[in-house]
Design a protein around this ligand. Sequence first.
Ligand code: GDP
Length: 288
Amino acid sequence: MLKGFGARLKAFFSVHSSDENFYEELEDLLIEGDLGAKLAMQISDDIKKLSKSEKPKTQRELQLLVKKILAGKVRAYKPEIPQDGPTVFLILGVNGVGKTTSIAKLASMYKGQGHKVLLAAADTFRAAAIDQLEIHSDRVGCRIVMQSNGSDPGSVVFDAITSAKAKGEDLILVDTAGRMHNKENLLRELSKIDKVIKAKGIDENHYKKFLVIDSTTGQNGISQADLFNQAVKIDALVLTKYDSLAKGGALVQIGEKFDIPIAYVGTGESYADMHAFDENEFLDTLVG
Ligand code: GDP
């Protein structure tokens, strides 16, 4: 099951002790594993320092030191849904990362927890996105608010909030356009939706922004987090294709660089394949 960086890191610890070349080779491995040169150097320095005080004697002790250092760099996020709803989850991400599937999984998960979920098809740019979301709403068994292809996303969100208030739905999952944006386009599009949400009286306790990232994309995920986080302040990540965690290091880099925690991980294609992120489990997979 374990692939890529995690497997290489484990193999590294099985043959290395903290000799001369250890830190240099560890640094190379961390860079290869998508942690980036700056963070790799910092982690390697931290380990060196901590090794002096904690004096690890075995490979296992050394491995635990690495884990301790990485632990400070990834955080889990548990969103709260106040009882006096509705709460809006704005779901962001570029096309192909698994955004639609994640919305369906979240809808199914929250419905299972007793919430009344409404989907809002505010990716009005692609007709297929609206159709896809409608199919998911049927399968999950929740309502959907949609308009015709090309309509104003802000207007869809306006209708969705009005409708949820009337029908007593406490969670609105808003799909948004996922074409590759530049910052200006993204800002323009999202600020319209943002204004509507606030104008409808949804305060920040009832409004969370999630960025969906494909765990296997490494550096792309980092630039996506950068772009979206500049356009709107991202509250947390949803990581898809976590089942293959090939570029786990990039996730540490996102956590460190933008201080964005991780809420959920998708581990497959069915609705049940969505779980709350567990940082200990992540570090066990990554480091061992
Ligand atoms: P969107 O364009 O971002 O809305 O992407 P989709 O939701 O249509 O997903 C793109 C592809 O990734 C589909 O084939 C999904 O079944 C697949 N996918 C989505 N999430 C996961 C996941 O967590 N694990 C795996 N293995 N596949 C996923």
